[in-house]
Design a protein around this ligand. Structure first.
Ligand SMILES: Cc1cc2nc3c(=O)[nH]c(=O)nc-3n(C[C@H](O)[C@H](O)[C@H](O)COP(=O)(O)OP(=O)(O)OC[C@H]3O[C@@H](n4cnc5c(N)ncnc54)[C@H](O)[C@@H]3O)c2cc1C
Length: 429
């Protein structure tokens, strides 16, 4: 029986996989989303093969030297905020698991400071404060307190997330994949999957070299390229290019004790106390991975504009050190996890959804592609969301109770944007 049956919302019904004994699962990816999905599947005894198009994992969005680790607490939708709070708490435990396994990765749970640098940001932070979260999650600090927390003078107060921090995503993802290989993960690099074909036994993958591989179950966790298959092309995902700059440390910058967020972010010095990361640009609908002079300068100008303290003059991006990655995003700002919905079938089955509900008529369960799953749209917070997304997906595949509340599961469903329209009686084409 499906543990997750809810007759109230059959259009969001999460559907487990079918398999005998040990499932043979292909995960397409190489970034942090695929990493945590593979981990949660291996923990349940699955046979897992990773297909990664690059020579190594973590060469795209998950390829940065330092990334900020903290929940998105500012959102008009409380469901999104609740998701990130759960995800953050869970990610903490996963990172501590990795530390215990002696997986090497630079990190510091040094806190994340959110600056109220203008009216708009100060309003946002006041709104976060109004929820009265426990102080170990969020604190409101005045100018003196916030300056003390970050170790450098600031022109404003703001918020502080004491359990946040930073980690080295590329090092973390690559070393954790190496660790998982010791527990049986098969990693296939330079294997771009170009086609997915459903067979009577599962799925047949074709790679760029024209080779064919069969698996019982497929998980798509391939970042901004996820909607490049016919089965996923109608998902409302879009790419957002980002350039993060690496800068040398300096007399004052080295004093930075926590991650500093304004209309951008600056990390404390790396472990060697030589450099920082400052970022990042957001260029919607761009998949261009070339270095941009303009974005490099913007990364430096933003902090000077927002904070205008003397020490910000020490920020020097002219060495032109940077990493460029492509995020995958959706309009409603939280990831997608679960079944890959069959767009054509759902739009047909639910074209009268509004009236069917009004007349209290029976409504079909959502039609999805059997044994095909996704983890998508991690946006700008993948380091925080990936562990819980991976665990949720593995729970679903294995027909276990899901580790997130049901209303949040609905918010994470890949068909949500079509369903919201259909529920209102708006056609989806
Ligand atoms: C500049 C920048 C700064 C960021 N800063 C932060 C931050 O401070 N904190 C934070 O939490 N997040 C940050 N993010 C966002 C975060 O990095 C992403 O949310 C996260 O890395 C997404 O992980 P992913 O696994 O979904 O995608 P990716 O890391 O992009 O991985 C996708 C993988 O899929 C593989 N692939 C794609 N197509 C195929 C195919 N057809 N066949 C086989 N393999 C394929 C690629 O090789 C790649 O390895 C930042 C992103 C950028 C770009």
């Amino acid at each position: 029986a499906n543990h997750n049956v809810n007759v109230q919302t059959p259009w969001y019904l999460p559907q487990p996989a079918t398999f005998n004994n040990q499932p043979d699962i292909a995960v397409i990816g190489g970034g942090i989303a695929s990493l945590f999905t593979a981990l949660s599947l291996l923990n349940r005894g699955a046979k897992v093969t990773l297909y990664c198009e690059d020579e190594q994992p973590a060469l795209n969005a998950s390829g940065n030297k330092q990334g900020a680790f903290y929940p998105q607490l500012s959102d008009d939708d409380l469901c999104n905020i609740r998701f990130y709070i759960h995800a953050f708490a869970y990610a903490h435990q996963r990172l501590h698991w990795a530390i215990k396994q002696r997986i090497e990765f630079e990190h510091e749970f040094c806190g994340v400071a959110l600056c109220a640098y203008d009216d708009k940001s100060s309003l946002k932070l006041k709104k976060i404060f109004s929820y009265q979260w426990p102080t170990n999650l969020y604190r409101q600090l005045n100018q003196t307190e916030l300056s003390q927390s970050v170790g450098l003078p600031l022109p404003c107060g703001g918020g502080f997330i004491p359990q946040g921090g930073w980690l080295a995503p590329r090092q973390f993802v690559q070393n954790t994949f190496a660790h998982l290989q010791q527990s049986g993960l098969i990693v296939k690099t330079q294997q771009k999957v170009t086609a997915l074909l459903q067979t009577d036994k599962g799925w047949r993958l074709t790679n760029q070299q024209g080779e064919i591989f069969n698996h019982d179950i497929v998980v798509l966790a391939n970042g901004h390229k996820l909607n490049q298959f016919p089965q996923t092309e109608r998902l409302p995902l879009y790419p957002v290019r980002g350039q993060v700059s690496q800068i040398p440390t300096s007399e004052n910058l080295v004093k930075l004790k926590s991650v500093l967020c304004y209309d951008g972010y600056l990390t404390p010095a790396n472990q060697a106390k030589t450099s920082h990361c400052i970022g990042a640009s957001h260029v919607r609908d761009s998949e261009d991975r070339r270095f941009s002079d303009q974005e490099q300068q913007e990364n430096q100008l933003k902090i000077r504009r927002n904070l205008a303290m003397d020490w910000t003059k020490e920020i020097d991006t002219t060495g032109n050190q940077a990493l460029i990655g492509i995020r995958s995003a959706v309009r409603d700002r939280i990831p997608m996890v679960g079944n890959v919905p069959n767009f054509v079938q759902q739009v047909e089955d639910y074209k009268n959804l509004f009236n069917l509900r009004r007349r209290k008529q029976s409504i079909k369960n959502a039609v999805n592609f059997d044994n095909l799953y996704l983890v998508a749209a991690l946006g700008s917070r993948g380091l925080t969301s990936a562990p819980l997304l991976g665990e949720t997906l593995a729970s679903l595949i294995y027909n276990e109770p899901l580790p997130i509340s049901e209303d949040i599961i609905h918010c994470l469903s890949a068909n949500r944007s079509w369903i919201r329209k259909l529920l209102k009686g708006t056609p989806v084409k």
